[in-house]
Design a protein around this ligand. Sequence first.
Ligand code: FE2
Ligand code: FE2
Length: 378
Amino acid sequence: MAIKGVKSVETKYMEEREALFKSISQLGRRDFVKAAGISAAVVASKGLMHPHSFQLVDIAKAETANGGSGAGGFTFAYISDTHLYKKTLNDRFIRSILRAVDDVNALNPQPDFVFFGGDLAQLGAKEELDLGAQILKGVKAPVKMMVGEHDWFLDMGQHWQQLFGAPSYSFDHKGVHFVVLMSVNEKDFWTQRGFTPEQRMQTVAGLDNGTQSRFEVGDAGRQWLKNDLDKVDANTPVVVFSHSPLYKYYRDWNFWTEDADQVQAILSKFATCTVIHGHTHQMLSNRIGNINFHGMLSTAWPWPYAPTGLPKLTVQMNRSDPFDNLDGCGDGRFNVLRGGTVDQIYSLWDRNPVTVRASYLASNGTSDAPAATKLVSY
Ligand SMILES: [Fe+2]
Ligand SMILES: [Fe+2]
């Protein structure tokens, strides 16, 4: 029961955040980063999390530190699918990305890096991408970027690349080879129809419109991938980040990569291989051949599960509160274990976290299954 005149922790916290959000529209970049830093510092110093925020599970240290030498033994976090509009149009999604930035900045120990999973912007506008770049500067750990279709199809990636560089690249970290792979190319459906850049972007943004092409890595992208991986020993653990799932889930919504089979064939030489993707805005777990797949959560909205094609290893997120627009949203992190396999911790904002272990996928779901929800899934 509330005590008169005494503000609860929740009330104080919400007031602090309200003040921060209100001031967003007046802030310049430097002030903004400072304000975001202050907000994160307040949260960290008081040991506060948003009352409905995820509960940290302190298994990263125990699991990643065990087991001798070799690749792995570290953690990285992710933020994905923020879908920012211009700040004059909608600030709800701005609040969400700020919450995710707070979440990852409060992680202790800090992740080695934070991966951004694509769809930073809603309609690829310069203002949207600039706003996202500005906010992500508030992340303490290094940020690795990936592009989504919402970032790309207004100007075919021009501004995104000016801000963040090439959409496909690779790097090595603690014995693991990481590949960021541009997977949302489409065959030209716009020239013949005489579409403006805005019409092209709107068409791609409407996933189920039937006009656009399917996503693909494409000939050039697959060749780039092959060249990159030719230099990597088959026993080196590989983690690939893509925006669309590198398998065929549900074609009508473009939860799909047209040349996924060919990409999987390129990855098949690796003993340990994980693909992590954005775009689908939901908990997804799949295993095809040697490859473990994990979907990332969105900070903006959850998509429903598709009517068919749901991978059988998926642990469905429950969305039992249809009036809570953050139910099913969140961020997360990955523990890269010794040996280079990967556990995914889904940090659902209004639910307890769910850990989907590499051992669950490797056993084809026969062991280490996460606790199944008894609530309704959407
Ligand atoms: Fe998205
Ligand atoms: Fe997307």
